[in-house]
Design a protein around this ligand. Structure first.
Ligand code: GTP
Length: 361
């Protein structure tokens, strides 16, 4: 497979805490036609991986295992190598190129470094694009796991879709408590219930940035978030002390009860944004607060440009902006969705205004 083919292969990241049902789901998925010619990468923690043995093998898809450590922290290079070797092997055998890739993370993985690897590894980034992050949550133990484990909160926070598994083990009341808890962390992610891994593959693959304007709005789900808008030119502090105060940790009640203070909000800007302002703002925001910004998605109207842009970032790393059809931003309003760990919306909005040109006197 060469990068000149110019068609990026979609990658779905399947995450979820230990025992949440990832392997059970994967086993059902690989039997479906949407998974024909897929590559399944299973990351095992420890030397003796078992999960890959539990996923059905067939001629229709390929399963490879990475077991040298936790994919999120120690072996980023291995992801590139593993996928590369699998591609070379299938080509060597005269097989069809992979139609898609599914990566099952370990239950303890923070998905952000995996997404970074997909975006920044030269070989991967030229051949693959992130389709979506799917996070499984055990309906029976989900709330206590979220309260106890920061990795679980991060998995939920960055997901495009949440699958509530083992719903046969809980009653309606408990299920709705979990659903509310998850919505407080990630209000836009669609929630689906799954029993024993029974789910159509279409609910797992194809959740990424769509090409059509209508669906781009659905991808952003801006209305699901608390809304903040630019306070306006001249409102931002201009002294260094003022700038420092913006960067102070968020105060006041967090949107969730978790130690991580995961917050999400949508920042709207009514006027088209000058490209250099956008660049300066995001550069400074990411260098000051990048490790606290778990995910950013945006549809942006750039001044002097007809087509809006889709922006998509994980912590301080952004995908190259993708032009969208004009209909994706009919009202000309730019919308930025932020999912953060303890960053107050004002830090984002005031920093934006800091870069606005001063009003003429
Ligand atoms: N009752 C019930 N059990 C389930 C369901 N889905 C999965 N399980 C069971 O939950 C256990 C854990 O499922 P796995 O699919 O191995 O979970 P996993 O996320 O791959 O686990 P790790 O590899 O440890 O991260 C297994 O015993 C499954 O049979 C379900 O919907 N209902």
């Amino acid at each position: 497979m060469s990068p000149d083919d110019n068609v990026l292969i979609p990658v779905t990241v399947l995450t979820g805490f230990l025992g949440s049902g990832k392997t059970t789901l994967l086993n059902r998925l690989v039997r479906q036609s949407a998974m024909k010619d897929a590559l399944v990468v299973i990351n095992e923690f420890g030397d003796i991986g078992l999960d890959h043995r539990l996923v059905a093998e067939s001629d229709e898809h390929t399963v490879v295992e990475m077991s040298s450590g936790c994919l999120c922290c120690t072996i980023r290079g291995d992801l590139s190598r593993t996928v590369q070797q699998a591609c070379e092997a299938i080509e060597g055998e005269g097989g069809k190129p992979f139609s898609r890739v599914i990566i099952e993370t370990t239950g303890l993985a923070d998905p952000a470094p995996i997404l970074h690897t997909l975006m920044t590894d030269h070989w991967l980034a030229h051949r693959f694009s992130l389709d979506g992050v799917i996070c499984l949550v055990d309906s029976a133990s989900g709330i206590s796991t979220l309260n106890a484990h920061r990795e679980s909160q991060r998995q939920v926070a960055v997901a495009d879709r949440l699958l509530l598994t083992k719903t046969d083990l809980v009653d309606e009341e408990r299920l709705s408590r979990l659903a509310n808890h998850l919505a407080a962390i990630n209000p836009a992610a669609e929630q689906l219930q799954v029993r024993h891994g029974e789910l159509a593959a279409e609910h797992v693959v194809g959740s990424g940035l769509p090409a059509q304007g209508q669906r781009a709005e659905r991808w952003l789900q801006a209305a699901s978030y608390a809304q903040v808008s630019s306070p306006g030119v001249g409102m931002a502090p201009t002294t260094p002390g003022g700038l420092a105060s913006m960067m102070a940790p968020a105060s006041g009640p967090a949107l969730t009860r978790h130690g991580e203070q995961i917050r999400s909000f949508c920042f709207t800007v009514e006027q088209p944004i000058a490209p250099e302002l956008l660049e300066d703002w995001l550069d400074l925001l990411m260098s000051l607060l990048g490790d606290k910004i778990l995910r950013v998605k945006a549809i942006v109207k750039i001044a002097g440009r007809e087509q809006p842009l889709a922006l998509h970032g994980v912590q301080h790393i952004f995908h190259p902006p993708e032009p969208l059809p004009v209909e994706a931003c009919r009202d000309g309003v730019s919308r930025f969705v932020f999912i953060t760990n303890g960053v107050a919306p004002e830090a984002v909005t005031q920093l934006f205004d800091y870069f606005q040109p001063a009003p003429a006197t």
